[in-house]
Design a protein around this ligand. Structure first.
Ligand code: ZN
Length: 188
């Protein structure tokens, strides 16, 4: 079932997700729905790399992540329960990222280049992941969602905020729009 994606400025995006104790049928269904919802969202030149449960209004520590970030035709996803960063490099790199909950806006923000994540599979098996580059960025973004944090919170300079125009190109935003600025300010 395709679920509705919660978008800015909904305050749900500021809420913290809770740990999943027991993976039951409703959690498995939620994960499946999140995959369908992300695939449904994919449009030309935009690509859903992952989705956190809070983005469909379910405040639980659950994320679905694309198996292959390079190929939009590959519709395989991996599901992670209770993901947590246990180690991260102090070396950070800046790159452009977006969010299904913030349509058309992107930003160039710094993230740790390497992280180690502890999680459970949808079958409840504990796993550890060593991630680098874009995959590390995706997990930091999704785990941030579970703490009510968005990529916008890292934007310090309007020059780092970008808008996807009708020409499918990213354009600089001269002034941060009021609704986005207000949402960022609510954090502080
Ligand atoms: Zn997001």
């Amino acid at each position: 079932m395709i679920r509705k994606i919660v978008t800015l400025p909904s305050s749900v995006l500021r809420e913290k997700s809770v740990r999943i104790g027991h993976i039951d049928e409703s959690i498995r269904q939620l994960a499946q729905d999140m995959i369908e919802t992300t695939l449904d969202w994919d449009r030309k030149n935009e690509f859903g790399a992952a989705l956190a449960a809070v983005q469909v209004g379910q405040k639980q520590k659950l994320t679905v992540v694309r198996n292959n970030f390079e190929d939009a035709e590959d519709d395989e996803f991996l599901t992670f329960v209770n993901p947590e960063i246990i180690q991260q490099s102090s070396h950070r790199v800046s790159d452009v990222e977006g969010c299904l909950s913030i349509p058309r806006y992107y930003a160039r923000i710094p993230r740790s280049n390497k992280i180690k994540v502890k999680a459970e599979t949808i079958d409840g098996e504990p796993i550890r992941l060593s991630l680098e580059g874009f995959a590390a960025r995706v997990f930091q973004h999704e785990i941030d969602h579970m703490h009510g944090k968005l990529f916008l919170d890292y934007v310090r300079d309007p020059a780092d905020l970008l808008f996807l125009g009708d020409d499918n190109q990213l354009h600089p935003v001269d002034v941060i729009p009021d609704d986005i600025q207000k949402f960022i300010d609510d954090r502080r």
